[in-house]
Design a protein around this ligand. Structure first.
Ligand code: NAG
Ligand code: NAG
Ligand code: NAG
Length: 329
């Protein structure tokens, strides 16, 4: 069933890849219209009209992702969106081999990596091959720096707003996160949260005014001394009903460089969506000697290396009891 769908879209992608249109030469509005025409999304006029005012207007959309979310109403239940540096080949492979592998069994689950612009020609060439092999990479025309992270996530939200209007849930998850997929999907299916961003909820976080800190923010950039309630950045779920609104809010809310505070705090508050704290999303740093078995009752944890993520996924699925994780080294 899924295999057929996949084969179908794979062929369609291959075809369009060879006929790849240089979208750069089109204006942004033109390209959005073209995409809607091709994918037959007629019901998205609202977004189409509003998106034409977008502050970003030169994304390098790639037709290989055209059929990313299909056009059927609610055909995608969960889309896992992973921002990833172009050179992080190993990290992406580990995700495909571990929690990301669930997409092979369930067509209503999707996995996409969002990579920024890459200046290194060798990395770029390998990336091109990887893109054609796995068809799960979206390139955004954003330079990859820490300060650009908000821009990248905003671009990601824009891409999803255009391509994935019917998605029920979006999991934004970093490429160093371990995910207990079954726990997450059971929670979403049973609780059916709406108008929400779900994850590790943080309240009363003070704004860092120490000029030497990496997190320093001036009063001009952000005046209050306490951040609004927000949901931590490494892994959070956005309910699909607010995706478009959340993206559009980035046009109206002036940005600070902290992705989670900005998107999940300031923009979320602006559209009156809820920040929902779920205790199984980890707020703190990694478990020292990670074993998949520790994650039986946890949804996420970070940061873990590619090798750890693969090993932990096997341990979790083989019901291995973690006595001392040293024995798995
Ligand atoms: C990377 O490759 C793409 C084609 O896949 C090309 O359009 C782009 O210019 C390349 N970027 C650099 C910096 O070489
Ligand atoms: C952004 O501001 C404009 C103008 O004030 C308003 O019309 C629009 O609804 C706002 N967008 C969102 C998502 O609130
Ligand atoms: C692990 O446990 C679950 C739930 O008890 C069970 O469904 C699954 O088959 C087990 N997996 C293995 C490999 O034993």
């Amino acid at each position: 069933m899924h295999t057929n769908n996949w084969t179908h879209s794979f062929r369609a992608n291959k075809m369009t890849m060879t006929e790849r249109v240089q979208l750069k030469s089109l204006t942004f509005v033109q390209s959005i219209k073209t995409l809607f025409f091709i994918t037959g999304i007629i019901s998205s006029v609202y977004v189409l009209l509003n998106i034409s005012n977008a502050k970003f207007d030169n994304y390098n959309y790639d037709f290989s992702s055209l059929l990313a979310c299909g056009k059927k109403e609610h055909s995608v239940f969960l889309l896992m969106a992973v921002p990833s540096k172009a050179g992080n080949f190993r990290e992406r492979m580990a995700i495909r081999n571990s929690w990301g592998s669930v997409v092979k069994q369930d067509a209503s689950i999707r996995l996409f990596f969002f990579v920024g612009k890459e200046a290194d020609q060798k990395i770029n060439d390998t990336l091109t091959m990887e893109k054609e092999t796995y068809m799960d990479i979206v390139e955004l025309d954003i330079r990859e720096t820490y300060k650009n992270l908000v821009k990248k996530i905003t671009a990601l939200l824009q891409w999803l707003t255009v391509h994935c209007t019917n998605t029920k849930y979006i999991l934004k998850v970093d490429d160093d996160v371990f995910l207990n997929f079954n726990l997450l999907i059971n929670y979403l299916r049973n609780s059916k949260p709406v108008n929400s961003i779900i994850g590790c909820k943080l309240t009363n976080a003070p704004v860092v005014r120490d000029k030497l800190s990496k997190y320093y923010i001036s009063n001009e950039e952000y005046n209050p001394d306490i951040f609004p309630v927000y949901v931590g950045g490494p892994a959070y779920v956005i309910s699909g009903d607010i995706l478009g609104k959340l993206y559009l809010a980035t046009n109206n809310v002036s940005s600070i460089f902290l992705e989670d505070v900005y998107i999940n705090g300031m923009c979320r508050e602006y559209i009156n969506a809820l920040a929902v704290g779920h205790p199984s999303f980890s707020c703190v740093t990694r478990i020292k000697e990670p074993c998949g078995g520790y994650f039986r009752n946890l949804i996420t944890g970070h940061p873990y290396s590619a090798g750890e993520i693969e090993r932990m996924w096997m341990q979790l699925n083989d019901n291995i009891t973690c006595i001392s994780s040293k024995s798995y080294r």
